[in-house]
Design a protein around this ligand. Structure first.
Ligand code: PMT
Length: 318
């Protein structure tokens, strides 16, 4: 009998750039396999679900990409090679420090004899050079591979390919699934080419709203843990708005998928507190208001914690 996730892949066309991304993934992983490095796949940002083939309208899942991009920087700091799988236009490691007008605010413009020149405002030189150095080092040492997605189907195809490529690393691979993935979608064969066209062909008056039928997305954590990367250290995230069900949902996911850890966070205070749940333990990590004021980021503590757990776990396999 075909499972829901097998049916999803059978019915959903693969993205046109998947082969190219698989090549990049295989090269990156082969390089680090030779070096005996640990590699983490960080997923980040939210997926979109198009409502029509010629997409003007879509349903989006909320995530700025802060958790993923900050964590990626911290994994590099801990000497992990990082595959950063992110939603286009969400935050990326290093460049996240310069979004909006932040970069422009760090620059100065001077004009001498009608010749303009641009320089970094002295107070920002240390900050920029520090980030720039880390960014350049990560690329020059081939420690960071960034690959992007936009839609749910691109995400799910890319995730499966990345997992399959990671299998060669066995327990040196870590998956850190921070992306916000849609629970609903419209199958490709049920999607209209363009919604207004659908209204016109069905002679629906233009002042009547179209009805859209969404289907459940199969949970891919199940095949991921059991079949795609059975030897990897897998961490999923649980996002809730109701605190009373957060930990029970996280425990439920661990029971169902038997992976390593669930990082449970509340939408409202996700920047200052998370609970890391394992089969027989749970640990709350939180930042004080002073730490927040000083610009500390909780991802440093999350990454320190999961890196230690990964190390302990590898030791148990020796
Ligand atoms: O980017 P920020 O703004 O900083 O926000 C970070 C975050 C709040 C998005 C992040 O910390 C977070 O909680 N991400 C997971 C949110 C989520 O989508 O949870 P979920 O309940 O839908 O999924 C739980 C797990 O199941 C996820 O790890 C996901 O990879 C997995 N999943 C989801 C859908 C699906 N079809 N198959 C899956 O396996």
């Amino acid at each position: 009998m075909t499972t829901a996730w097998e049916e999803f892949y059978a019915k959903t066309p693969k993205p046109s750039n998947l082969d190219e991304n698989e090549k990049l993934l295989n090269q990156f992983i082969a390089f680090h396999a030779k070096e005996n490095k640990k590699v983490v796949l960080v997923t980040s940002g939210g997926t979109t679900v198009p409502l029509e083939h010629n997409t003007v309208r879509f349903v989006d899942n909320f995530s700025a990409g802060s958790r993923g991009s900050i964590s990626a920087e911290n994994f590099l700091q801990r000497d992990y090679a990082v595959i950063f799988m992110y939603r286009i236009k969400s935050l990326e490691p290093f460049s996240r420090h310069f979004v909006g007008s932040r970069l422009l605010d760090m620059l100065e413009l001077t004009t001498t004899n009608d010749t303009p020149s641009v320089s970094v405002t002295p107070q920002y030189v240390n900050k920029i050079s520090d980030i720039l150095k880390k960014y350049k080092d990560s690329l020059n040492q081939n420690m960071l591979l960034s690959i992007s997605f936009t839609t749910l189907s691109e995400y799910l195809w890319l995730l499966r390919s990345a997992c399959q490529a990671l299998t060669v690393l066995e327990n040196r691979a870590m998956l850190y699934l921070a992306a916000a993935v849609s629970d609903f979608y419209i199958p490709s064969n049920e999607m209209a080419s363009f919604l207004p066209l659908l209204l016109a062909t069905h002679k629906i008056p233009s002042d009547e709203p179209p009805s859209v039928h969404l289907q459940l997305v199969p949970k891919v954590l199940e095949p991921l843990v059991k079949l795609w990367v059975p030897k990897a250290f897998v961490i999923s995230f649980k996002l809730e708005t109701d605190e009373s069900i957060l930990i029970s949902k996280a425990r439920g996911a661990l029971r169902k998928y038997s992976h390593s850890l669930v990082i449970a966070n509340m939408l409202q205070n996700r920047r200052e507190q998370v609970v890391i749940v394992s089969k027989d333990n749970q640990e709350t990590l939180s930042l004080t208001s002073k730490q927040l004021q000083n610009g500390e980021e909780i991802e440093k503590y999350i990454v320190d914690y999961v890196v230690e757990k990964h190390k302990d776990w590898i030791d148990t396999k020796l």
